[in-house]
Ligand binder design. Structure first.
Ligand SMILES: NC(=O)c1ccc[n+]([C@@H]2O[C@H](COP(=O)([O-])OP(=O)(O)OC[C@H]3O[C@@H](n4cnc5c(N)ncnc54)[C@H](O)[C@@H]3O)[C@@H](O)[C@H]2O)c1
Ligand SMILES: [Zn+2]
Ligand SMILES: [Zn+2]
Length: 345
């Protein structure tokens, strides 16, 4: 089969690999019908994620059709349409029992990281019963791809960990696919004001179409001064970091209101300076974590009922065979006005 293979920092190829085979009785082999590229794949390609070794097939998002199931698989059979979760989980260990699937003792984020991923014609999904979801009849497959990673990430690590409440003023720093997922899912909780902060004017424009009430363009405006002015010097109830650099975490610590929350979603490669000398007196909470995908069933219901339309984030479509061109577009997202790309088999 063909697959997108990591060949060391800066190197990748769309090349021939053996089709995956069942290894464990709980495995499911899925024929990938639609997949996408994540910002995390770009981090891997830069060499920022050393756990990924040359030869690894990338990708942790997608939908497909079950090709084969191991003898212990109970919930799926060949021919079933499935959504692939970016987090693999056994459903049985102590962490899975408390829905901390990100820390499953035999799973977590391993797809396209520690085992071969979804940017291929076929993928092996360990613990298929718990790591796959049946696709509802007639569902929009492209929208479903947004439920593999970015939508649960935004909802769980941004909105739920940040405890967004009705009427709140919230700020989202970073208007990439993850920040946009925070924006879409925060609206389940009816915040009064949603301030989107980014340096990319076209992403901020899109954010307004997605429900942001205010935008702040870093570079052209001082984000801290502007947010404090907008909030009469009080700051925001919830500040959500969706970039992963010290500068944006810093904005969050400076704009959080007394009694508020900072929800860090970004993956950080460098330490940040925590201004505890200013924050200790403000009764704030700071949260962070890896997505568990425990909200996937809820997101599937909101998708089916039309309460949310994550397909609005899709800006480009390619054939899976043209994945190198898709990487070129996604890797230059600002220049190409790209948000999410869909790759179809
Ligand atoms: N916690 C988790 O489980 C989890 C899961 C998935 C992704 N992530 C992380 O979430 C983060 C966002 O992912 P993404 O795919 O949306 O990334 P992205 O790179 O597409 O988007 C980041 C956005 O931040 C903006 N930005 C960059 N520097 C900025 C600055 N100084 N001030 C304001 N805006 C700035 C960029 O213009 C861009 O729009 C990444 O760090 C990613 O690794 C975390
Ligand atoms: Zn991802
Ligand atoms: Zn487990």
């Amino acid at each position: 089969m063909k697959a997108l293979v990591y060949q060391g920092p800066g190197q990748k190829a769309w090349t021939e690999k053996p089709k995956p085979a069942l290894q464990q009785p709980t495995d499911v082999i899925v024929k990938v019908t639609k997949t996408t590229i994540c910002g995390t794949d770009l981090h891997i390609l830069k060499g920022d994620v050393p756990a990924v070794t040359p030869g690894r097939i990338l990708g942790h998002e997608g939908v497909g059709v079950v090709e084969a199931v191991g003898p212990a698989v109970q919930n799926f059979k060949p021919g079933d349409a499935v959504l692939i979760s970016c987090v693999t989980s056994c459903g049985k260990c102590a962490n899975c029992k408390r829905q901390l699937y990100a820390h499953c003792s035999d799973g977590g984020w391993i797809l396209g990281h520690l085992i071969d991923g979804t940017q291929a014609e076929y993928v092996r999904i360990p613990h298929g019963d718990n790591s796959l979801y049946p696709i509802p009849e007639g569902a929009d497959e492209e929208a479903l791809v947004m439920l593999s990673d970015i939508m649960p990430t935004g909802l769980e690590i941004g909105v739920q960990y940040g405890h967004v409440q009705p009427g709140d003023t919230i700020a989202i720093v970073g208007a990439g696919p993850v920040g946009m997922s925070v924006l879409l899912t925060s609206q389940f909780y009816s915040p009064g004001r949603i301030i989107m902060i980014d340096m990319d004017a076209s992403r901020l424009e899109l954010a307004k179409q997605f429900g942001a009430t205010d935008t702040v363009q870093v570079g052209a405006e001082d984000p801290v001064g502007k947010v404090m002015q907008m909030t009469q010097g009080l700051g925001v109830d919830v500040a959500i970091e969706a970039v992963g650099v010290p500068a944006t975490f810093d904005i969050c610590q400076k704009i959080v209101a007394a009694g508020g929350n900072i929800a860090n979603v970004g993956v950080h490669g460098k330490p940040v300076e925590l201004h505890i000398e200013e924050l200790w007196i403000k009764n704030i909470t700071i949260s962070m974590g890896l997505v568990n995908t425990n909200t996937t069933p809820m997101l599937l219901k909101t998708l089916r009922s039309g309460k949310v339309d994550p397909a609005r984030m899709i800006t480009h479509r390619f054939k899976l065979d043209d994945i190198l061109a898709a990487y070129e577009v996604f890797g230059n997202a600002a220049r190409e006005n790209a948000m999410k790309v869909i790759l179809s088999a």
